[in-house]
Write a protein that binds this ligand. Structure first.
Ligand code: ADP
Ligand code: MG
Length: 252
């Protein structure tokens, strides 16, 4: 698929080629090719069941594809000698459900992996957790338990937790879909700030406003394949494929 000229200049952060994933007899990803440049925000849209989550889950090897290649920051993920744990720590993932540990405070949720996995001293990890809480607009929630947070606050803590590992790539799978409408904006605002800071992001979302404002590239998936991709200014206004047009007419 030819790329738009403005997307070619960036060094590649993610290169997926010929990705095939089956669940039993069902082919869920049917030869997906995807390139994401460093610092680029790629937004994946498409109907339910089109394979968006499966693609994200393959990118950090929560799922193992049948065939194809995934190269992240120059490292081939599917190579037998790949250090999966090392690669995974460089990829942050934020899900629809925040999955915070209920028995840990916000700060301890954020500091846990840096202490356990990166062997950071506790005091240093806590100081960083507090910085990250400030960054996501929650400076006063360090010692609050997840049960006392709103959905939007909990999701912002989940983003801070992912950032605490200093990932090179952030994956978001419908991060606002489980939120009450009044909380969607505060989470998208944090994601936009992250994008402006140059984070490489792959975001599955139904928030077309976010795709337009923060996305460098929008990717439309259907039935396990990328139908069309391009900058939001083009894809939303003049999609090349009828299937893209039809999907957009339902969601815009
Ligand atoms: P999307 O995120 O675009 O809604 P998914 O990647 O979740 O799509 O799912 C794509 C297809 O794969 C769907 O038909 C779904 O039912 C199927 N699927 C997803 N996860 C599993 C699984 N763990 N086992 C079997 N089938 C699955
Ligand atoms: Mg999904």
């Amino acid at each position: 698929m030819p790329h738009e000229p403005e997307l070619q200049a960036r060094p590649l952060a993610v290169k997926v080629s010929g990705l095939v994933k089956d669940y039993g007899k069902q082919r869920v990803l049917n030869g997906v090719d995807l390139e994401v440049g460093a610092g680029e925000v790629a937004v994946i849209i498409g109907p339910s069941g089109s394979g968006k989550s499966t693609l994200l889950r393959c990118l950090n090897l929560l799922e193992r594809p049948q065939s194809g290649d995934i190269v992240i920051e120059g490292k081939p993920l599917l190579h037998p000698a790949a250090d999966l744990n090392a690669i995974r720590t460089e990829i942050g993932m934020v899900f629809q459900q925040f999955n915070l540990f209920p028995h840990l405070t916000a700060a301890d949720n954020i500091a846990l992996a840096p202490v356990r996995v990166r062997k950071r001293p506790k005091a240093e990890a806590r100081a960083r957790a507090i910085e990250l809480l400030e960054m996501v607009g929650l400076p006063d929630k360090a010692d609050v338990y997840p049960g006392s947070l709103s959905g939007g606050q909990a999701q912002r803590v989940a983003i801070a937790r992912a950032l605490a590992m200093e990932p090179r790539l952030m994956l978001f799978d419908e991060p606002t879909s489980a939120l009450d409408p009044e909380m969607v904006g505060e989470v998208l605002a944090v994601m936009k700030r992250l994008a402006e800071g140059g984070m490489t992001m792959v975001v599955v979302t139904h928030e077309m406003g976010f795709a337009k404002e923060a996305g460098h590239r929008v990717i439309f998936m259907e039935q396990g394949a990328i139908v069309e991709e391009g900058p939001p200014s083009r894809l939303f206004t003049s999609p090349a494929k009828e299937r893209t047009r039809s999907f957009l007419s339902k969601v815009l």
